[in-house]
Design a protein around this ligand. Structure first.
Ligand code: SF4
Length: 460
């Protein structure tokens, strides 16, 4: 199956569809390809900054497969699969650390365990994961922000105790909805009482930042039921709340149910419904003391700072460990092969667990000067605080209006861009409506080559 088109064919005659592509990383993994010949990590990292790296570990296991999820994960881990996975992750850590060398000190500015569901691992396995990050990679987990994703059922007291003790500063709980019928409709059945009990355990563990993920646009969700979930989340006064629009993507549980495709009119209606829920959610959180950080992210205005974090995602390098983790140097983004369908995911995980040689990057995409500009602009502009023009100019020697005149004029014409008084300084910021349409804005800045690669990607 081919990935969906990135732009609405009717673009130009009416406003673009608001929910096209969530740009959490650019270029997207579907634009990665096998690297031939596969470069040695030691060569790739020569000359790269290593004073403020980010460390990410990917744990590709979940107890259920949520209907909306297109992440690289599988249900369950038969036999000793989690042990074999951690064995491979340790071998990879050793190889990567060796490739970084000792010529210059290596320092991690932050760390994250994501998935999948990292807390699918048992308490002892989580301790081992922290050991790998500390002993093999040299990350000082207790001194830097450490974020971990969890599901309600796996956020058990013993696991949370290990994570808190090892320095976790942020625990993100994927709740999605406090309404049981909606959770079932999203193919993530869970009882509200179990969710509330998990939230109580997270608070008891004393991890400083609690994030709650909620989803809008679920079948059967109304303004009233959405408000119920928002209020149930607010009752915990979480330091962060993420509001995600529901997407139905190829090869996911909901995608398979919808095969046959809804007519255009139904999709337009669903877009409108999601925009309404977004605005209701945003306004409700703003009225309850939260600040908007991006289209999805809201932070409690009086939440304590998370400690030192001098990692700048636009520029600094990332080391990813695990079969779905990305790594970034200034010129190459790389990972392993990627899949969403169950049997492909299982075989890729199996292949990872038997890999002995982790000394090369095997799958990825080169990031040249043009792509680096696009990435910098996307990762700044889609944040509420916007893009400091001087930073962009300092890094690239030209301004965003020099590099993206047509795209920025289109945004301004739609009322989505608050232009700075001075185009050589100040900040480029999205308006409130611009932020609401972040998922329509992002694809406009993809390069033709990345678009073509994403369109040609065969989902598997
Ligand atoms: S949404 Fe989270 S818990 Fe659900 S299947 Fe995806 S990774 Fe697992």
């Amino acid at each position: 199956m081919t990935a969906p088109a990135l732009t609405d064919p009717s673009a130009g005659t009416r406003p673009p569809r608001p929910y096209q592509h969530y740009v959490y990383a650019y270029p997207h993994k579907t634009a990665y390809r096998p690297l031939e010949p596969a470069p040695r990590l030691a060569d790739l990292w020569t000359g790269e900054g290593r004073q403020a790296l980010s460390l990410y570990a990917h744990i590709p296991f979940c107890e259920v497969r949520c209907g909306f999820c297109n992440l690289f994960t599988r249900i369950g881990a038969p036999g000793d699969l989690t042990r074999r996975y951690l064995d491979a992750l340790e071998r990879q850590a050793v190889a990567v650390r060796e490739a970084l060398g000792d010529g210059e000190p290596v320092r991690f500015a932050n760390a994250a365990f994501g998935g999948g569901t990292p807390t699918f691992l048992e308490a002892g396995e989580l301790a081992r994961l922290c050991d790998i990050a500390e002993r093999h990679m040299g990350a000082d987990l207790r001194a830097i922000p450490l974020s971990v994703e969890a599901s309600p059922a796996t956020a058990t007291a013993d696991r949370l105790a290990v994570l808190a003790e090892r320095g976790t500063t942020r625990l993100s709980l994927g709740v999605q909805s406090f309404v049981e019928a909606e959770a079932r409709a999203a193919v993530r059945p869970q009882r509200r009482a179990d969710v509330e009990a998990a939230l109580a355990r997270v608070r008891e563990a004393g991890i400083p930042v609690l994030n709650i993920d909620l989803i809008y646009g679920i079948d059967g969700q109304t303004a009233a039921s959405w408000r119920l979930s928002l209020d149930a989340a607010l009752a915990w006064r979480p330091e962060e709340i993420y509001l995600y629009p529901l997407y139905v993507r190829p090869l996911t549980g909901l995608g398979r149910r919808r095969a046959g495709a809804a007519p255009e009119a139904a999709d337009r209606e669903w877009d409108e419904q999601r925009l309404r829920r977004y605005r209701e959610g945003r306004d409700h959180l703003l009225a309850h003391g939260y600040e908007q950080v991006s289209m999805r992210m809201f932070r409690r205005a009086d939440a304590p700072p998370q400690g030192p974090d001098d990692y700048a995602c636009q520029t600094d390098g990332m080391i990813g460990l695990g079969c779905g983790a990305r790594s970034y140097t200034s010129t190459l983004h790389y990972s392993f092969d990627y899949a969403v369908g169950m049997s492909e995911v299982r075989s890729l995980i199996d292949a990872y667990t038997v890999t002995e040689d982790f000394s090369r990057a095997v799958h990825g995409r080169a990031v040249d000067g043009d792509e680096a500009r696009r990435r910098h602009l996307l990762q700044s502009l889609l944040q509420a605080e916007g893009l400091p023009v001087a930073d962009y100019r300092r890094r690239f020697g030209s301004g965003p209006y020099d590099d993206f005149p047509a795209e920025l004029a289109t945004l301004a014409g739609r009322g989505w861009l608050a232009e700075p008084d001075d185009r050589d300084s100040g900040r480029l910021r999205l308006t409130a409506e611009g932020l609401a349409h972040s998922d329509a804005i992002g694809p406009d800045f993809f390069s033709p080559a990345v678009r073509a690669a994403m369109a040609a990607y065969e989902a598997k």
